[in-house]
Design a protein around this ligand. Structure first.
Ligand code: NAD
Length: 492
């Protein structure tokens, strides 16, 4: 496939970087160049922020009726649906994930635009019964210019999660995808243009985090920064945001526990343990990367888990039957492989996997075997740090109390799951988990209707659902005097 040229979308126009710089975009399945992308920098981000500010105030986007915002978002969803096969292929081409996962992401993205299109016109705000002659109401208003930065693991879905609620709530946006996965975002902005969003309401800046991303996070005319990515980057965003005390929301990393009790449905728990860690090659913030097994089932469970892990079909995401694709980039693959060395050096037992896959169909791509470590103790780096790849670390527990304590022994608090056939025990354990997204006898399902986000160092705020909408609003109280006359507080 010939490399396509990817431009930025600023103030309703497609444009290259002011510097003229570009970046090659690679297919992780074979390392081939699939696109050449504009490489924006500070000055491009500044232009986009100016456009978004002008569209919000002078352009009249603030004040556009909710019904009109809903119409535009529904239109974007319809256009995306018409091209959903194309978008799924783009996502696989650029990110590497198996096509069946990409198809799921595209459908979820369409549903996200529809959910927020619908929510835009639903009742918001409150009224209070206060003493006569006063009337007190609270309304929600857009915040203004929102900077939005996302990672490379769900390029389209993360874009939908950011853009749909921000636009539904009446903000203007400057959006930055991860620099290595801009393909689907560029096409999505083509859809916004076609849907008819006014100039400057939706702006796309392509480029690196330390330049474009940092500019957005620090900019005085950006009223809110919404970020999804690593916890270390999240810290930098938070610091940069202090200049004008902009609103922030952060969706960060995780090291999520998947607790399996002896009374769980055995085959279901094994299958979900695989899905929890190996979906999207483990490049999932909510991945079940720590499997906590009740001691009594350890041997049997591990035997079955390893057997099934070895049978996972790793390959090009475009190929029929592929169950796990490559990692997103060579740099990321190297980072994940370095954790395999760390685990071995720490004394954990490498039960299976651990190697890069090379030669034949793997030539040029960033493939790795699904990997399992056991005999891991809680002080090891492979237990404590987010690896963000297909590396599962298994530990055992004696009883419910120890399971909860091990599960919570982490700086993160994004997600967690429990498998048991005892309903009361499931509820007890889930309620004690310090995490924002939890599952009982399942792993990974997520809904546009329900809030997504983490406790502790996994983030600040929530995306999705009404919670995610509210994060893009300011709250204003309006107190009205219905009997306008002097109150006689002061003497004449
Ligand atoms: P990353 O933090 O390196 O990059 C994420 C984005 O931030 C990219 O667009 C990048 O260009 C930008 N960025 C990098 N440095 C920046 C800076 N100094 N200022 C502003 N922007 C900057 O993360 P990644 O490696 O792309 O993604 C993996 C991480 O994302 C993992 O930690 C994962 O857990 C997290 N993640 C979290 C969620 C969630 O919902 N909680 C979802 C997906 C991914």
């Amino acid at each position: 496939m010939a490399a396509q040229e990817l431009k930025m979308f600023i103030n309703g126009e497609w444009t290259g970087a002011l510097s003229g710089e570009t970046r090659e975009i690679l297919n992780p399945a074979n390392g081939e160049v699939i696109a050449v992308s504009a490489e924006g920098a500070e000055q491009d981000a500044n232009r986009a922020v100016a456009a978004a500010k002008s569209a919000f105030y002078e352009g009249g986007w603030w004040g556009t009726p909710a019904s009109e915002r809903a119409r535009l978002l529904f239109k974007a969803a319809d256009l995306l649906e018409e091209r959903k096969e194309e978008f799924a292929k783009l996502e696989t081409l650029n990110n590497g994930k198996p096509l069946r996962e990409a198809e799921f992401d595209v459908n979820d993205s369409i549903a996200c635009f529809r959910y927020y299109a619908g929510l835009a016109t639903k009742p918001h705000g409150q009224t209070y019964e206060v003493s006569d002659p006063m009337q007190a109401v609270v309304i929600r208003e857009p915040i203004g210019v929102c900077g939005q930065i996302i990672p490379w693991n769900y390029p389209l879905l993360m874009a939908a999660w950011k853009l749909a609620p921000a636009l539904a709530a009446g903000n203007t946006v400057v959006f930055k995808p991860a620099e290595i996965t801009p393909l689907s975002a560029v096409k999505l902005f083509g859809i916004f243009e076609q849907a008819g969003f006014p100039s400057g309401v939706v702006n796309l800046v392509l480029g690196a985090g330390p330049s474009v991303g940092q500019t957005l996070a620090a900019h005085d005319d950006v009223d809110k920064i919404a970020f999804t990515g690593g916890t270390a980057t999240g810290r930098k965003i938070m610091l940069a945001a202090t200049g004008n005390l902009k609103k922030i929301s952060l969706e960060l990393g995780g090291k999520n526990p998947n607790i399996v009790f002896a009374d769980a449905d055995f085959e279901a728990a094994v299958e979900y343990a695989l899905f929890a860690i190996f979906a999207n090659s483990g490049q999932v913030c909510a991945a079940g990367s720590r499997l906590l097994l009740e001691e009594s089932i350890y041997d049997r469970f591990i035997e079955r888990l390893v057997q099934r892990t070895k049978a996972i079909k790793v390959g090009d995401g475009m190929a029929e039957g592929t169950e796990m694709g490559p990692l997103v980039s060579e740099a990321h693959l190297d980072k994940v492989l370095s954790y395999v060395e760390i685990g071995k050096a720490e004394g954990a037992t490498l039960l299976c996997g651990g190697n890069r896959l090379i030669g034949g169909a793997y030539e040029g791509g960033y493939y790795m075997e699904p990997t399992i470590f056991t005999d891991a103790s809680s002080d090891m780096r492979i237990v404590r740090e987010e690896i963000f790849g297909p590396v599962l670390v298994v530990q055992t527990f004696k009883d419910e109390e120890e399971a909860v304590s091990m599960a919570n022994d982490t700086i993160y608090g994004l997600a967690g799951a429990v498998f048991t056939s005892n309903g009361a025990k499931a509820q007890r354990v889930i309620r004690k988990l310090r995490a924002g997204i939890t599952w009982i006898n399942t792993y990974h399902p997520t809904y546009n209707e329900a809030p997504w986000g983490g406790y502790k160092q996994s983030g600040i705020g929530r995306e999705l659902g009404t919670f995610g909408f509210e994060e893009y609003t300011e709250v204003k109280q309006i107190n009205t005097n219905l009997q306008v006359e002097p109150i006689g507080w002061y003497g004449s």
